[in-house]
Design a protein around this ligand. Structure first.
Ligand code: CP
Length: 319
């Protein structure tokens, strides 16, 4: 049963995921029309509250909201009262006082969307929080695989790269295992957390992980979260874990290549593979709009009744 907020794939049942994917199928059709707009969310307000940079997620939530006729407000931290030392929670409470129907939150620190959700009346959608979760990315990845392969159940999915710092890996591990796929992960030992308890097989070589895989997902090396040396050099990482057409031969014939973006060309993927089939990177981006339309359709308007939100102290935030 889908709750008020979308904070992580961990909280969803398989039936919830299927409902979101099925709704996205209908939303995709709207994006294929000449006039890509329906009145479904007319009169609703969606706030994009991004404290960390984003191209795909932020733009696709904005486009998704506009295709559904919602009023979309893009909050910009650099020109907000955060610059006058207003706290994140006070900023969120202030925006919530204007009665939005959904608030989309991205933050570099894990748990911030949950903390904000605990305070607000509006439903909160997690658009990526630190190394915790990125639920709409996993949903669009599941949607893309289902589109390409016709199913998810029984597929073998290899996720390769910086598993330790990746919210995309975590959300996809939950998503693909809940949907019946076998998930393998591969990384240098320093970037591989203990994740067998999540029901995945872990490897420290690329070949073991992608052997016979239907889907190979490369992850971005997250230099902003890498403090210290996790591998000898980028060149060495690229030689051992970077995917190219030669290494891809270990995967199953017809395997697709995915990447959440942004891609470090020549590091996680060879440029040729990044740009051409079997890479489906731009399909992932395109499907991101349909998934976010589905999420806004299903979650916007689940506002908590006035009085049920936690009492917000006037003016004095803790953070
Ligand atoms: N995949 C992803 O989250 O990309 P952005 O950081 O550009 O939103």
């Amino acid at each position: 049963m889908i709750g008020r907020d979308l904070l992580g794939i961990e909280d969803l049942e398989r039936a919830d995921i299927e409902r979101i994917l099925d709704t996205a199928e209908r939303m995709r059709e709207i994006g294929e029309r000449e006039v890509k707009k329906v009145p479904t969310l007319r009169g609703r307000t969606v706030v994009n509250l991004f404290f960390e940079s984003s191209t795909r997620t932020r733009a696709s939530f904005e486009i998704a909201g506009k295709r559904l006729s919602a009023d979309v407000v893009n909050f910009s931290p650099s020109s907000s009262s955060l610059k006058k030392a207003e706290s994140i929670l006070d900023t969120a409470r202030t925006l919530d006082a204007m009665d939005p129907d959904a608030v989309i939150v991205r933050h570099a620190v894990a748990g911030v969307p949950k903390r904000i959700a605990d305070e607000l009346g509006a439903p909160v959608i997690n658009a990526g929080d630190g190394a915790h979760e990125h639920p709409t990315q996993a949903l669009l990845d599941l949607f893309t695989v289902r589109q390409e392969k016709g199913r998810i159940d029984g597929l073998s999915v290899a996720i390769v790269g910086d598993i330790l710092h990746s919210r995309v890996a975590r959300s996809n591990i939950y998503g693909f295992t809940k949907m019946g796929a076998e998930v393998r992960v591969a990384a240098p030992p320093t970037l591989l957390p203990a994740c067998e308890t999540l029901g995945v097989k872990a490897f420290t070589t690329l070949r073991e992980a992608i052997e016979g895989a239907d889907v190979v997902m490369a992850l971005r090396i997250q230099t902003e979260r890498l403090q210290g040396s996790y591998f000898p050099s980028v060149r060495e990482y690229s030689a051992t874990f970077g995917l190219d057409r030669v290494k891809l031969r270990y995967a199953k014939d017809g395997a697709i290549v995915m990447h959440p973006g942004p891609v470090n060309r020549g590091v996680e993927l060879s440029p040729d593979l990044a740009d051409h089939r079997p890479s489906v990177i731009l399909d992932q981006v395109r499907n991101g709009v349909a998934i976010r339309m589905a999420v806004l359709y299903l979650f916007a308007g689940r506002r908590r009744r006035p009085g049920l939100a936690a009492d917000a102290p006037a003016g004095g935030g803790a953070e």
